[in-house]
Write a protein that binds this ligand. Structure first.
Ligand code: TRP
Length: 357
């Protein structure tokens, strides 16, 4: 996609590796365990749907073992009040199920509930230096924006916690955006050092790969990053009217003719792309169809296409939201499975570290 501006050598290497992995996924899906997840910070939106959720369902349907993490501990530091957490967690699970994640095949769990997962963080912390964590770009950004002194030590070490999220279940594949690649690199470092130190004969932890997707980046209705906190996101759970209203406010430009030119006309092209994804057509086709009908015509087409595309999903989501006991049951079953996996891993880690007395 043209939106990616930083093309580094390591990014290119990751892209090439991702293409190899895609071929391998089709050949032998059973060889992979995928770990993905989200912070429960509010309803998922169409950016998530086309960016990551559809990809998770695809991997699940290929026969890959998919672990879906509700990263609730990652919201400790950025949440004003913890009281809304339970509703956000159940809402996230409703979103997952509505898009097609199947609790009979995938495992949905919250990491705060999986004690042995969190205990792995302690030995992992011993395997990285403060200097290495400081170099992580996300940590650096957070540090800069919090003015350094205000950053919690938990925020500082969260990439190490992410390594525990990934390694507790021996996941070997982590679908990510390019911004998360440094976290995967740190996870690989931790796995390698653990293996070198405690299991030199036979590597115990896999060194997981990041899987970069070809999914397009969907912008918010104001042309910025789509995010709930900016009020520019179309939630999966939004009503038809709310969707229409948000699209009505979308930023456009002054040219009459609709075209698909992401670099020159990012806002218009984003609306075209979103409609094209809903209609499963090429964006150029959609742009040509709207043509002289201009921004108003485009918005009308997009509103109809998006509401149509989301209708069955929203219907399912409403039914799920009416049954919180079912959602809690899905989470409890996923938690049990994750706990079992984590307990086995922690037991083996204790043995390897000679802590098993
Ligand atoms: N940091 C991720 C996010 O903000 C969520 C997350 C937590 C995660 N642990 C993970 C993603 C491990 C992948 C692997 O969306």
């Amino acid at each position: 996609m043209s939106i990616i501006t930083t093309v580094s050598a390591s990014y290119e290497a990751s892209r090439a590796r991702s293409r190899e992995l895609e071929a391998e996924l089709r050949r032998d899906p059973g060889r992979f365990r995928v770990l993905t997840g989200d912070r429960p910070t509010g309803p998922l939106h169409v950016g998530h749907l086309f960016g990551t959720l559809a990809n998770r369902v695809r991997l699940q349907d290929l026969g890959v073992d998919v672990m879906v993490l509700v990263a609730d501990y990652q919201t400790i530091t950025d949440r004003e009040s913890p009281a809304s957490l339970p509703a956000d967690v159940l809402g996230l699970i409703a979103d997952y199920l509505a898009v097609g994640i199947d609790p009979d095949r995938a495992t949905i769990f919250a990491h705060s509930q999986v004690e042995p997962l969190n205990q792995l963080m302690l030995p992992f912390l011993s395997l990285v230096s403060v200097a290495e964590v400081s170099r992580n770009p996300t940590v650096k950004d957070e540090f800069a924006s919090a003015g350094g002194a205000a950053m919690s030590a938990l925020m500082f070490t969260y990439p190490v916690h992410q390594a525990a999220d990934i390694l507790f279940c021996h996941a070997n594949l982590v679908p990510v955006g390019s911004d998360q690649l440094p976290h995967i690199e740190l996870t690989r470092t931790i796995a390698r050092r653990f293996n070198d130190r405690y299991s030199p004969e036979q590597p115990y932890f896999p060194e997981p790969d990041g899987l970069l997707s070809d999914a397009p980046l969907i912008l918010g209705m104001d042309g910025g990053k789509m995010s709930k906190s900016r009020g520019n996101a179309i939630a999966l759970s939004a009503s038809d009217d709310e969707t229409a209203q948000l699209i009505r406010t979308a930023r456009t430009d002054t040219e009459r003719q609709i075209t698909y030119e992401p670099d020159r006309r990012p806002e218009i092209s984003n609306l075209v792309l979103l409609a094209a994804l809903c209609l499963e057509r090429a964006p150029e086709d959609v742009a040509a169809q709207v043509g002289a009908a201009g921004a108003a015509g485009l918005k009308q087409l997009l509103t109809e296409a998006l509401n149509e595309r989301l209708r069955p999903l929203r219907q399912r989501r409403r039914e799920l939201a009416d049954d919180p006991a079912y959602l809690s049951g899905v989470l409890a079953a996923g938690t049990d499975r994750a706990r079992e996996i984590a307990a086995t891993t922690l037991g083996e880690v204790r043995e390897l570290m000679h802590n098993d007395y």
